[in-house]
Ligand binder design. Structure first.
Ligand SMILES: Cc1ncc(C[n+]2csc(CCOP(=O)(O)OP(=O)(O)O)c2C)c(N)n1
Length: 402
């Protein structure tokens, strides 16, 4: 009847227009020049400062933070979600800061006087603990929303501002009234990080394992693609082990490092939104949790790399892992499944590479074809936790000598 016609006229014009049903105006707080001046007066004398690039919305924002760090002459610590963790070029780039901070004496010798953190919360727990112990003052956080961002309770200046405008304004102030440079401080971070990168290339080899697959994906993801990393270990492995010199692809992850729901759907949406092929690095439980979203990959190109360690690998890092009687049934929760039948059901190409060389080959072929592929890599939870610990011990020993 006519009432129904009226109700449907809204959605039908929306369906035809290709525009959002409701448009949200992107109002952002303007940068106040006086505040910038005061901030620069506080930051200018700092000799040992750090710029942290937290979670950021675009490569453009990430590059603005990177340029700010370069103008200040300070090291840049880029979170996995900063959009400049991969393929960035900066004089002070310390892409492997998370692994570096596993070295106690490196961390003690590199406590910063000041921090400028731009963007959302960073993933690295080691960074949070390091900053909480070092208590830098000033400690400035800058983000585009009014919500509190102070996990270690030591922020001295909280700024809500448009990130591009803020970075440009502070960089301008620093150019007009340059800081005293401390090249050895910045070079110390950059060189230690580069050394960690070379070391990771040396030790992450042989049979495929989770940090190795994360590093290999970061090195082989094609320019023009996007990358989605699932909770729990893939996002952490990319943060810690990704190479710094891969393609500068956009990176997405869900809700910090917590939720495992809807991750395949996220990858489908990311691919559609970007209009690019996407690689999804995901664990077996997160993939099982959102298995029916594989149906959405049929007419786009998503390369699903599933690290099948038969359960929740993250939990093996917790003290509860020692309590065997309830660890497996309640935390590990192995499901004993392989994903080949699921790939078949949803019409995806499928491969199960057994060696790293086979993985690189299969990943390259999957990226080169227009349809979606599921690549399954078998790993082992106990070996995974032992490997992570060994890698960090080796890195700590390496930077101890530096
Ligand atoms: C919806 C939802 N359910 C449960 C959890 C708790 N949880 C966090 S990590 C995790 C295990 C994830 O396992 P997997 O996807 O195989 O990845 P891995 O830990 O091995 O990297 C679980 C169950 C969660 N975060 N979200």
């Amino acid at each position: 009847d006519t009432e129904d016609d009226g109700a449907l006229s809204g959605p039908s014009s929306w369906a035809q227009s290709g525009e959002p049903y409701t448009r949200y105006a992107a109002m952002k707080p303007a940068v106040d020049e006086m505040e910038i001046h005061n901030l620069w007066t506080t930051l200018r004398p700092v000799r040992r400062g750090l710029v942290v690039a937290g979670r950021l919305a675009s490569r453009k924002q990430g590059e603005a933070v990177l340029r700010l760090a370069d103008t200040l002459g300070w090291p840049l610590l880029p979170d996995v979600g900063s959009q400049v963790r991969l393929g960035a070029d900066s004089k002070g780039l310390a892409a492997h800061y998370d692994a570096l901070l596993a070295g106690d004496s490196f961390a003690q010798a590199h406590a910063p006087e000041a921090v400028v953190h731009v963007g959302g919360r960073a993933l690295s727990k080691r960074l949070e603990q390091f900053l909480s112990r070092s208590r830098p003052d000033p400690y400035v956080v800058v983000r585009e929303n009014p919500f509190r961002l102070d996990p270690a309770h030591c922020v001295t200046h909280s700024v809500e501002a448009d990130i591009l405008d803020f970075c440009a304004a502070l960089a301008r102030a620093a150019t007009e009234d340059p800081p005293a440079t401390n090249a050895s401080w910045t070079a110390g971070w950059r060189e230690a990080s580069a050394e960690v990168g070379r070391h990771l290339d040396g030790i992450l080899s042989g049979e495929p394992n989770e940090p190795l697959v994360a590093r290999v994906v970061s090195q082989n993801v094609p320019q023009g693609h996007g990358l989605v990393v699932a909770s729990s270990m893939p996002v952490r492995d990319l943060d810690t082990h990704a190479a710094a010199d891969g393609a500068p692809v956009p990176v997405a992850s869900n809700r910090g490092a917590s939720g495992i729901d809807g991750t395949v759907a996220t990858a489908a949406g990311f691919a559609r939104g970007l209009g690019r092929p996407v690689t999804l690095l995901i664990g077996d439980l997160a993939l099982l949790h959102d298995l029916n979203s594989l149906a959405m990959l049929r007419d786009i190109q998503v390369v699903v790399v599933v690290l099948n360690n038969d359960g929740g690998g993250i939990f093996s890092f917790l003290p509860v892992a020692r309590h065997e009687e309830f660890f497996e049934p309640y935390f590990g929760t192995p499901q004993g499944v392989g994903f080949e039948p699921a790939a078949k059901m949803f019409g995806l190409d499928y491969e199960r590479p057994a060696t790293t060389a086979e993985f690189i080959e299969a990943y390259g072929s999957a990226c080169a074809r227009a349809s979606s592929t599921l690549l399954e890599v078998k790993t082992d939870r106990e070996q995974n936790v032992a490997l992570h610990r060994r890698v960090l011990e080796e890195v700590a020993a390496l930077v101890e000598k530096a």
